[in-house]
Design a protein around this ligand. Structure first.
Ligand code: AMP
Length: 392
C-alpha cells in the first residue's frame, strides 16, 4: 500500500476520501469536529505539495437522496477555518457545475464535494457513478479508515479507475496499529466485546476464537448467549434469531484454546432508565419483569484480573447501558482495568471511546480507533475492502 508522501502530487487533481461524518446539532452546527481535525495532516500535506484537492465524504444516512440537513456545507466552513487554503463547497457530488469547479481548481486549493450518500449509487458501488467521481482525477487517496469496511463507490469503485492511489496519514496510523494486533499480537491477547447487538459481532467473535487467548463478553450480547443455553433472562435485550449461532460459538470456544467468558453476575433494573429500581444477581433466571443493564461487581473483578494479564487488548462495545450513570460502573471498571494493564490497547467504536473518556483514562490507551465497525472487521478479516482496493 502506497503512502501519500510517496507520491508527487504537484499540479495533480487528487480525490481524497475522508470521514467528515461529524455530529450536527438541531441547528446544523457541528457539535464535535474531531473527525475533520483528524484528516488535517493528509489535507495539509496534499495542499502544501501543490495538489488540486477534491475532498469527498458521507454524512449520516440520507439514503440516496439529497437532504439539506445532511449537507457537508458546515464541514466546508469549518475546514476553511482550520487551514489557510481556499476551500470551495460544491453544490453537488457530480454533474456539470462540479466538473467545472474541479477543472478550475488551482494548486493548493480544495473543493469539498456534497455528501456522496446523496446518490444511492454510492452504497451500491455503481461503476457508472464511480466513473463520474473519477472524472479528471489523477490520484486517489483514502484517509477514511472508518468507512473502509464498506465497498462503496468513493472508497472502492473509484480506486480501480485512478492510476495512482495511496493511504493518508490517518489510514496508515490505524492500519499500522491494527496490523500488529492481528498478525503479531504479543500474548496474552484479550478481546473484550460488548454492546447491544450480537448479530454485528458474531462473525468477529468466531474469527477471534483462533487468535485471542481470552474473549470477555458484556453488554446485551451476553444475554443472547445466556438465553441460547436455555437460561431465563427476563426482559433483557436479546436477539433470538442469533441463538443458534451463539450455541455454535460456545461449542467452538469449548473445543478451542480460548477462554470464553460470560458475566458471572448482573445488574438488573426494572427499566432502562435512570432512577429505576435495581438489584445485583449471580444466578439465573432473572425475575421476569427485570432486565440486565450492566455486568456486576464480581464480573468486573474477574474481567479486570484477566485484563491485568494481557499484553494486547482489543475492546469494542460497552459492558452495559453506560449512558445511564447507574449502569456505567461495569464499563468504567473495564476501561480502568484496560488503562492500568500496561498492554498495547486498541479501543474502537464510539461508545467504547466515550466510556474511556468518561473513565478519564483516554491518555492511557495505546490506540483509539476512529472506526468502530472498521476496526472490528479489520481484526476479524485482517483487511478491509477499502484497503484491498488501495493495494491492487
Ligand atoms: P453497539 O452499537 O452494538 O456497540 O451497542 C452500543 C449500545 O449498547 C449502547 O448504546 C449501550 O447502551 C447498549 N447496551 C449495552 N448493554 C446493554 C444492555 N444490557 N441492554 C441494552 N442495551 C445495552
Amino acid at each position: 500500500m502506497n503512502f501519500v508522501t510517496d507520491l508527487d502530487v504537484k499540479g495533480k487533481r487528487v480525490f481524497l476520501r475522508v470521514d467528515f461524518n461529524v455530529p450536527l446539532d438541531e441547528n446544523g452546527a457541528i457539535r464535535d469536529d474531531t473527525r475533520i481535525r483528524a484528516s488535517l495532516p493528509t489535507i495539509s500535506w496534499l495542499l502544501d505539495h501543490g495538489a488540486r484537492l477534491i475532498i469527498a465524504s458521507h454524512l449520516g444516512r440520507p439514503k440516496g437522496m439529497a437532504d439539506p440537513k445532511m449537507s457537508l456545507a458546515p464541514a466546508a466552513k469549518r475546514l476553511a477555518e482550520l487551514i489557510p487554503n481556499k476551500v470551495v463547497m460544491a453544490p453537488d457530488v457530480i454533474g456539470d457545475e462540479v466538473r467545472r469547479l474541479k477543472r478550475g481548481l488551482g494548486e493548493g486549493e480544495a473543493l469539498l464535494l456534497e455528501n456522496v450518500r446523496f446518490y444511492k449509487e454510492e452504497e451500491k458501488n455503481d461503476p457508472g457513478f464511480a466513473g463520474k467521481l473519477a472524472e479528471a482525477i489523477d490520484v486517489f487517496v483514502n484517509d477514511a479508515f472508518g468507512s473502509s469496511h464498506r465497498a462503496h463507490a468513493s472508497v472502492v469503485g473509484i480506486a480501480d479507475l485512478v492510476p495512482l492511489k495511496a493511504a493518508g496519514y490517518l489510514m496508515k496510523k490505524e492500519v499500522d496499529y491494527l496490523k500488529k494486533a492481528v498478525h503479531t499480537p504479543v500474548k496474552p491477547y484479550v478481546a473484550i466485546l460488548g454492546g447491544a447487538k450480537a448479530s454485528d459481532k458474531i462473525e468477529i467473535i468466531e474469527s477471534l476464537l483462533g487468535k485471542a487467548d481470552h474473549i470477555l463478553i458484556g453488554g446485551a450480547m451476553a444475554y443472547t448467549f445466556l438465553k441460547a443455553q436455555g437460561l431465563g433472562v427476563g426482559k433483557s435485550l436479546v436477539e433470538d434469531d442469533q441463538s443458534e449461532v451463539a450455541l455454535v460459538i460456545l461449542e467452538k470456544a469449548r473445543a478451542s484454546d480460548v477462554s470464553f467468558h460470560l458475566p458471572q453476575d448482573h445488574v438488573l433494573a426494572r427499566a432502562a432508565e435512570a432512577g429505576a429500581e435495581t438489584k445485583i444477581v449471580e444466578t439465573l433466571p432473572f425475575p421476569a419483569d427485570m432486565m440486565g443493564v450492566d455486568i456486576g461487581p464480581k464480573t468486573v473483578a474477574a474481567y479486570s484480573a484477566v485484563i491485568a494479564t494481557a499484553k494486547t487488548i482489543f475492546w469494542n462495545g460497552p459492558m452495559g447501558i453506560f449512558e445511564i450513570e447507574e449502569f456505567a460502573k461495569g464499563t468504567i471498571g473495564v476501561a480502568k482495568a484496560v488503562a492500568a494493564s500496561g498492554a498495547v490497547s486498541i479501543v474502537g467504536g464510539g461508545d467504547s471511546v466515550a466510556a474511556v473518556k468518561k473513565a478519564g483514562v483516554k491518555d492511557k490507551i495505546s490506540h483509539i480507533s476512529t472506526g468502530g465497525g472498521a476496526s472490528l472487521e479489520y481484526i476479524a478479516y485482517e483487511t478491509l475492502p477499502g484497503i484491498t482496493a488501495l493495494e491492487q
